[in-house]
Design a protein around this ligand. Structure first.
Ligand SMILES: [Zn+2]
Length: 431
């Protein structure tokens, strides 16, 4: 049980953090009420003077933004004067089986990127976008004919490793390529890097000259961070973020996740269903597509650290309890697959026509040789459902070997799990 005292303390920190960001929050709320159709009409945000704008008003008068609301019509959150086709668009990987388009201006993207690079450099001074770099990919839109390839790719200073196949023979192959390439740094999801580092450590293979590893994209438990650091003798940082906001918090050498409070305000909200605090995020800078009190779905606490030896400017830190985590499954031919492959292809498909061709999906592993793939396809698309399935299948077959049956169904919707209320994008029924 979460103690009442802890809950009081969380609320106190929320209010402190709110007061520190009050002016920026006021500007964002006023802007959103005046310029963003959804907040103006559906939410009907009340007007307030700067004097009366306080924590009490913020938490009682401004609704929470549910992921579901945002996914139904992300364009309704674009501020007047911003055109979707002139913005930087990214699709989320859709952990609940639905991809979503996220918008930023080019300037905002640049600022996010500069923030991120200054944090990376605080770890490793010589790092730059020109450094030799290893990263992972879920899909590559190399050309319109091919969304993914299940091979290690090279591009300028980068080596790109596929994220979806973590079978042992593949790990060995990735490792050979990494050793040949000798990147200065690497970033990627914690489970993918952990798998490779563990493979190397278990076999006492020679260490690479990687100086810095940045974990991102999913919840990184401390054991992963420690194993990677010990296996390779490199600095290891945690970049917690998502496509909606980019970097939300970045860890320092003291292993504290400092919130990027120049662009993000986070409050915690007690959720009785899980008896824990969940994170609610408000963007402070993205004027084109402002998200207000957004329930991101991750669990954690915010703390105030007055004097962290890292001397990072942000005093508010995150302790993540749980977050997005990769699903791995095995098939009868020994393939070990990351379920991100399904959403990766989906994101690739969204990039074809600039909109989500498949609005939701769910993959059921019925047995070691049989996957059932349920897709929700919008009838008003320029491409027929048969064509969309053909493209999807063509890409998936680059990863899943032909001896596995892939069974496609077009369904009107994916129903949430009655126990959790969440739609899961991958369920292993063979367990
Ligand atoms: Zn610190």
């Amino acid at each position: 049980m979460m103690h009442a005292l802890c809950r009081d303390q969380s609320i106190m920190i929320n209010e402190m953090f709110f007061n520190a960001k009050k002016d920026q929050l006021y500007k964002m709320i006023s802007w959103s009420r005046e310029r963003v159709p959804y907040y103006r009409t559906t939410w009907n945000l009340p007007q307030v003077s700067q004097q009366d704008f306080n924590f009490e008003f913020f938490t009682s008068q401004i609704p929470l933004l549910e992921k579901k609301e945002l996914m139904q019509n992300p364009e309704a959150f674009l501020a007047d004067g911003f055109q979707a086709d002139q913005l930087d668009v990214e699709a989320t990987s859709g952990t609940e089986g639905k991809p979503m388009l996220c918008y930023k201006t080019k300037e905002e993207r640049l600022r996010c990127s500069m923030d991120l690079w200054s944090r990376r450099r605080s770890w490793c001074r010589t790092l730059s976008p020109e450094s030799r770099f290893a990263r992972f990919y879920a899909f590559r839109s190399l050309d319109r004919q091919s969304l993914i390839t299940n091979t290690v790719l090279f591009k300028d200073n980068d080596i790109l490793i596929p994220l979806f196949d973590m079978s042992e023979d593949k790990l060995a192959h990735y490792w050979d390529k990494i050793m040949e390439f000798q990147p200065q740094w690497m970033h990627g999801p914690s489970t993918a890097i952990f798998n490779i580092a563990k493979y190397v450590k278990d076999r006492s293979l020679p260490k690479p000259q990687i100086e810095f590893v940045e974990l991102n994209g999913e919840y990184a438990p401390a054991e992963h961070l420690n194993l990677i650091r010990d296996a390779w003798g490199c600095k290891t940082a945690n970049n917690y973020g998502c496509r909606e906001f980019w970097t939300i918090a970045y860890s320092c050498p003291e292993n504290r996740l400092h919130i990027v409070d120049s662009s993000i305000f986070i409050e915690t909200l007690y959720n009785p269903d899980i008896d824990s605090n969940e994170l609610v995020i408000t963007s402070l800078r993205n004027l084109a597509w402002p998200l207000i009190r957004y329930r991101i779905g991750d669990i954690g606490e915010v703390s105030f650290i007055e004097d962290c030896p890292c001397r990072m400017k942000s005093h508010y830190c995150l302790e993540l309890k749980r977050g997005r985590k990769a699903d791995y499954f095995t098939l009868k031919n020994g393939q070990r697959i990351n379920a991100i492959v399904f959403s990766g292809i989906l994101r690739g498909l969204s990039s074809l026509d600039g909109r989500a061709l498949i609005y939701q999906y769910q993959v059921l592993k019925r047995s070691d040789s049989w996957l059932e793939i349920n897709l929700c396809i919008d009838k008003n698309m320029t491409r027929s459902p048969e064509e969309i399935i053909r493209i999807y299948d063509n890409e998936l077959r680059k990863v899943i070997k032909p001896d596995i049956t892939l069974d496609y169904q077009i369904v009107p919707q994916i129903l949430p799990d009655p126990n959790t209320g969440k739609c899961r994008d991958f369920i292993d029924l063979s367990l």
